[in-house]
Design a protein around this ligand. Structure first.
Ligand SMILES: *[C@@H]1O[C@H](CO)[C@@H](O)[C@H](O)[C@H]1NC(C)=O
Ligand SMILES: *[C@@H]1O[C@H](CO)[C@@H](O)[C@H](O)[C@H]1NC(C)=O
Ligand SMILES: *[C@@H]1O[C@H](CO)[C@@H](O)[C@H](O)[C@H]1NC(C)=O
Ligand SMILES: *[C@@H]1O[C@H](CO)[C@@H](O)[C@H](O)[C@H]1NC(C)=O
Ligand SMILES: *[C@@H]1O[C@H](CO)[C@@H](O)[C@H](O)[C@H]1NC(C)=O
Ligand SMILES: *[C@@H]1O[C@H](CO)[C@@H](O)[C@H](O)[C@H]1NC(C)=O
Ligand SMILES: *[C@@H]1O[C@H](CO)[C@@H](O)[C@H](O)[C@H]1NC(C)=O
Ligand SMILES: *[C@@H]1O[C@H](CO)[C@@H](O)[C@H](O)[C@H]1NC(C)=O
Ligand SMILES: *[C@@H]1O[C@H](CO)[C@@H](O)[C@H](O)[C@H]1NC(C)=O
Length: 759
């Protein structure tokens, strides 16, 4: 029996059981949700996004996850998979490897055609997972550890979703979220035609679309929201792995729906997916000069001619606070739309997919003439970066004249052909990536285009960062084409940004003329967007007419060619008289809420073991009633930070600092902090170790939170996450503990009971 047949049979059985059981209307779909850890190397790997060579990983604020949603049509065997991964972008090599692995498990159920991998665009994750050279230059080449962590985690999340497929329904809602995004290239946007701009109230999309997924008894199983905003609340000085504003919004939603679960655990899966965020910043206070505090030059985003002084600031007091605010805004809006969602999706599940060679697409222009796309190239303004992360080089945005030094270096790399120069006009070419193939391709020629259909809801999966107006043009063309073929007026479309392949930015023809960062990074030339519109139009017609489309050219797989200059971990040294896990700076005996506990340990290199699905730290609460430690926080908690620093390169010495911001509503009592890691000996063997701080008291407060009480017993938690540690008991007696936290047994029991009843 083929896997497909076995599944159909399984559905049939589930179906009969279900219908026999309650005789209600049958749900419209089968739905499965899954989540898995994709956090890559937490030390000494360059972060992907800002292309800042100095921004390497030095620990974890909170972990990165892949969130997978399988939606299947019970009328036929069609199913689609939508993944939102907490990474900067999905690369072609990730898509190829994920599909290859899925094929070994499930045969032809999951293919490049019906699996859509998209990403949230965090700029605070380890890089080196793209197969095209330009994107791996600052990470010193391809990083297998980053790539494998992402590929394996995405596959695992899909496997979990596959195992949990149940009959269910999907509700959709759309609403407006203000104060959470601004246009970071407003002068380029203004170059779009007046009558087009007049159709929209804002120069960025403020709408959020939410899908609410429930099982056949109406129980919540999942949520996906789409909202366009860069995950650049954390700026290019951050060194801790973070899912930025969207990762934090998922964290809040999942904590809300999975009460008592540690982050990254619990069945409910909530994704905050990316849309047409190309020119959209979360830094709502806008760009200001670091030296004077005044607004930057509007057209060039410079201060006194320098781009590195012009930085956009978020709404918070610092970058973590801005992440919290923009994440919380998305969470609150999504929850509201989720709770109010009443329109039920119905209709077939379907998909269309096509590979397109973007380097020479003929486009028909509105005046009747024809033009074509170009081989990839990056313009000068690319080097200037953006106001979310200014470039380190002294180039100004909006440069349309070459700089002599750069012309020299550029020509040394490759002098663009006359044809390429003409094709890319008015872009002054800084890097002629499409005409260099040494040592391998610098940017893709072939990209993936994909449409997923769930009834009258359409996901347009785009291989890059579409500007606001570019996304609007694609959506309105797709929607109009579907309507022409009889789709209802209620049809909703979303742009799923940064999906399947990464090919930098896509602006409108008019925005391209202004050559800000996004225009300079629109790699296939001025007609890139029109080429996409034509192709998506064909896919939309095919969805509507249930016809097949050409597969297009196959995508290259370049893993064998990858170069890597990242050094391996040589060995770890603990220092004379010290062991790994020894406490260097211990906790104080007593803390009050709203302060931070910080403990440091003799550490091994975090790259020895990524602790996937586990943790580099725990904060544990002593339950005096049960005489057990409970895990209240891990390295995936917002309130904790795992920081790693090298203290001697020669001796291989390093230290881990574990921090916990004690929240106002923390449960009073006795706590301790632990650090888990692996050390590499000179012979190359890798061994686990653990360290434990002294127990300390957190003083009582009026409102206690359930954290720690509902958290798993530490000993069972260690087994669950594959950690190895005995759990020493606090030396204090229960009477002593209660005395110190100013509670008696009756009051404590009462507090615990209240907390448990509240859930
Ligand atoms: C729906 O989900 C709830 C909560 O997870 C569960 O208790 C219930 O058994 C599920 N029902 C079905 C039919 O899957
Ligand atoms: C910015 O560019 C616009 C359009 O080219 C121009 O009209 C305006 O004067 C420029 N502003 C400044 C401050 O240079
Ligand atoms: C990054 O954010 C911090 C505050 O968290 C701020 O001090 C710093 O100036 C910012 N740097 C840049 C380059 O944005
Ligand atoms: C539904 O939306 C309204 C208006 O925004 C809001 O006041 C209400 O709280 C929402 N309902 C739920 C259950 O979230
Ligand atoms: C472009 O125009 C040519 C000639 O009129 C036509 O054959 C072709 O189908 C058009 N292409 C698209 C994508 O509309
Ligand atoms: C959508 O785009 C195609 C290709 O450019 C074009 O032929 C068609 O007229 C467009 N449809 C609408 C409604 O704009
Ligand atoms: C499309 O056509 C196939 C047969 O060619 C059929 O099995 C399938 O149900 C159709 N899908 C839709 C959405 O109508
Ligand atoms: C702790 O901080 C919160 C939020 O800033 C504040 O509302 C609360 O009063 C503070 N509590 C104490 C005890 O300082
Ligand atoms: C515990 O403390 C509460 C409130 O302070 C008090 O009313 C109660 O009598 C105490 N119980 C015992 C057993 O000491």
């Amino acid at each position: 029996m083929t896997a497909m047949r076995r599944l159909t049979l399984m559905w049939l059985v589930t179906f009969l059981v279900y219908n026999g059981a309650n005789g209600l209307d049958q749900p419209n779909f089968f739905i499965g949700t899954g989540r898995a850890d994709i956090t890559g190397p937490a030390a000494e790997i360059n972060m992907m996004g800002y292309a800042n060579p100095k921004q390497d990983t030095q620990g974890i604020h909170f972990r990165l996850y892949s969130r997978a949603f399988i939606i299947a049509d019970h009328a036929n065997s069609h199913r689609v998979v939508y993944v939102s991964a907490d990474i900067a972008m999905v690369s072609q090599i990730i898509k190829i490897e994920v599909v290859k692995k899925l094929k070994t498990h499930y045969g032809d159920i999951y293919t490049e055609m019906n699996v859509c991998l998209s990403s949230i665009h965090t700029h605070s994750g380890p890089g080196g997972f793209l197969q095209y050279l330009l994107y791996d230059i600052t990470s010193l080449g391809f990083v297998a550890e980053s790539t494998d962590a992402i590929v394996n985690g995405i596959v695992k999340s899909i496997q979990i979703a596959h195992e949990r497929l149940v009959p269910g329904d999907i509700f959709i809602n759309r609403g407006t979220l203000l104060d959470s995004n601004i246009n970071r290239s407003p002068t380029a946007y203004l170059n779009n035609p007046q009558e087009e701009r007049d159709r929209y109230q804002y120069d960025v999309d403020k709408d959020m679309v939410v899908l609410k997924m429930v099982n056949s008894t109406g129980a919540a199983i999942g949520m996906i929201s789409w909202f366009a905003v860069h995950c650049t609340s954390m700026n290019n000085t951050n060194h801790l792995i973070s899912g930025d504003n969207k990762g934090y919004a998922s964290y809040l939603f999942e904590q809300h729906m999975n009460p008592g679960s540690l982050p990254g655990e619990g069945d409910f899966v909530a994704a905050f997916a990316q849309a047409n965020e190309g020119d959209v910043s979360p830094n709502t206070r806008g760009p200001h000069c670091l030296d004077t505090g005044l607004p930057c030059h509007m057209n060039t985003s410079t201060c006194n001619g320098k781009s590195e002084l012009c930085v956009a600031f978020g709404p918070g007091v610092d970058m973590a606070d801005s992440t919290r605010i923009i994440g919380n805004n998305q969470f609150i809006k999504a929850l509201n739309l989720y709770n109010n969602a009443t329109r039920k999706l119905s209709g077939p599940v379907d998909f269309k997919h096509q590979n397109v060679d973007m380097t020479n697409v003929q486009v028909n222009l509105s005046d009747g003439s024809q033009a074509h796309t170009c081989k990839p190239a990056m313009g000068y303004s690319f080097a200037a970066g953006t106001t979310d992360g200014p470039g380190a080089m002294d180039f100004t945005q909006g440069t349309t004249q070459g700089n002599a030094l750069w012309n020299l270096i550029r020509n040394f790399i490759k002098k663009p052909s006359a044809e390429q120069t003409a094709c890319q006009l008015p872009k002054p070419i800084l890097l002629d990536t499409g005409e260099i193939s040494y040592p391998y391709s610098w940017q893709p020629d072939i990209v993936e285009l994909q449409l997923l259909r769930v009834g009258d809801f359409i996901i347009v999966a785009v291989p890059g960062e579409f500007s606001t107006m570019s996304g609007r043009r694609v959506r309105s063309n797709v929607t109009a084409t579907l309507a022409q073929h009889g789709f209802p007026e209620t049809t909703e479309t979303v742009i799923a940004g940064l999906s399947n392949t990464y090919s930098s930015y896509i602006t409108t023809f008019e925005e391209y003329q202004v050559q800000r960062y996004e225009g300079a990074s629109t790699i296939y030339g001025p007609h890139t967007l029109q080429a996409y519109i034509q192709h998506f139009n064909v896919l939309a017609a095919a969805i509507a007419q249930n016809s097949t489309v050409d597969k297009g050219p196959s995508v290259p797989y370049l893993r064998d060619k990858q170069l890597c200059f990242v050094l391996p971990v040589v060995y770890d040294g603990s220092g004379i008289g010290k062991s790994f896990g020894d406490v260097l700076t211990d906790a104080k005996p007593k803390y009050v809420v709203n302060t931070t506990v910080s403990v440091s340990f003799v550490a091994g290199h975090p790259r020895n073991n990524l602790m996937t699905g586990a943790t580099f730290l725990t904060v544990e609460w002593w339950n005096p009633e049960q005489s057990t430690w409970h895990v209240a926080y891990t390295d995936s908690s917002w309130e904790t930070r795992f920081k790693w620093t090298r203290t001697s390169s020669l001796l291989g010495k390093s230290q881990a600092t574990v921090e916990w911001d004690i929240p106002a509503a923390a449960m009073p009592g006795v706590y301790r902090m632990r650090h888990f890691g692996h050390e590499k000996s000179v012979t190359g063997d890798i061994h686990p170790y653990a360290g434990t701080s002294a127990s300390f008291i957190v003083e009582t407060m009026e409102e206690a939170s359930p954290r720690g009480i509902e958290g798993p017993r530490a000993d069972t938690f260690y087994q669950h996450v594959g950690l190895h540690a005995q759990a020493p008991h606090p030396s204090l007696s229960m009477a002593e503990i209660l005395k110190r936290i100013k509670l008696n047994k009756t009051v404590l029991k009462d507090k615990l009971r209240q907390i448990r009843q509240a859930d």
